[in-house]
Design a protein around this ligand. Structure first.
Ligand code: GAR
Length: 207
């Protein structure tokens, strides 16, 4: 396949999932797509340093002028960079139907639980693991899904289960879910979707 799907990764924090994507591009696990741009809503996100260290263009878009301005600015940057696919990798903002409808089955998200457990509005990051431990489930995991207007509600692409261990804290569980599930699932799903988009060879909306 000659042409690689042009990917933008959206981040808000540490960026270990972004790192997994970058590493997978280097090792050849992701061969159908290339991360051309990293967008963060948080200027302090360490993920931005990871992007810069790997020569990837970055942009910070603040949410302070409301949702529609936020998404308008993001859309402009995506169009300028001819982006064809979006990966939400620890991006802690909800995208509106107005935005997601322009990217049908072109946005994927990693969520740190087995959807439909412990997901939806207010369920993100460490909170997801706090809720899983508080409920007392014995198995959790991670899910990669397409993004639509319902938070964590789009079609599931892949899932991996992870066992909860005695004495787990939200932090130890978060780390195990990342190591055993997220950093494996997300690059594999990114390759699958990027490959499908490259094969279709068609563009949407702004392109
Ligand atoms: C990851 O566990 C990711 O699954 C989760 O936030 C963490 C970000 O870590 N995302 C969500 O909860 C989205 N609803 P990272 O910045 O190191 O990739």
């Amino acid at each position: 396949m000659d042409k690689k799907t042009r990917i933008a990764v959206f981040v808000s924090g540490g960026g270990t999932n972004l790192q997994a994507i970058i590493d997978a591009e280097k090792s050849g696990i992701i061969k159908s797509g290339k991360t051309e741009l990293v967008i963060s809503d948080n200027p302090e996100a360490y993920a931005l340093e990871r992007a810069k260290a790997n020569g990837i263009k970055t942009a910070v878009v603040l949410k302070n002028n409301g949702q529609s301005e936020f998404e308008k600015k993001i859309s402009e940057i995506l169009a300028e960079n001819k982006i064809e696919m979006i990966i939400l990798a620890g991006f802690m903002c909800i995208l509106s139907a107005d935005f997601t409808s322009k990217w049908p089955e072109r946005i994927i998200n990693i969520h740190p639980s087995l959807i439909p457990s412990f997901c939806g509005k207010g369920c993100y990051g460490l909170h997801v693991h706090e809720k899983a431990l508080a409920y007392g489930v014995k198995v959790t995991g991670a899910t990669v899904h397409f993004v639509n207007e319902i938070p964590d509600g789009g079609r599931i692409i892949s899932q991996k289960a992870v066992y909860i261990e005695d004495g787990d804290t939200p932090e130890t569980l978060q780390r195990r879910v990342m190591e055993q599930a997220e950093w494996i699932l997300l690059p594999a799903a990114a390759e699958k979707v990027a490959g499908e988009i490259a094969e279709k060879g068609e563009s949407y909306g702004h392109l």
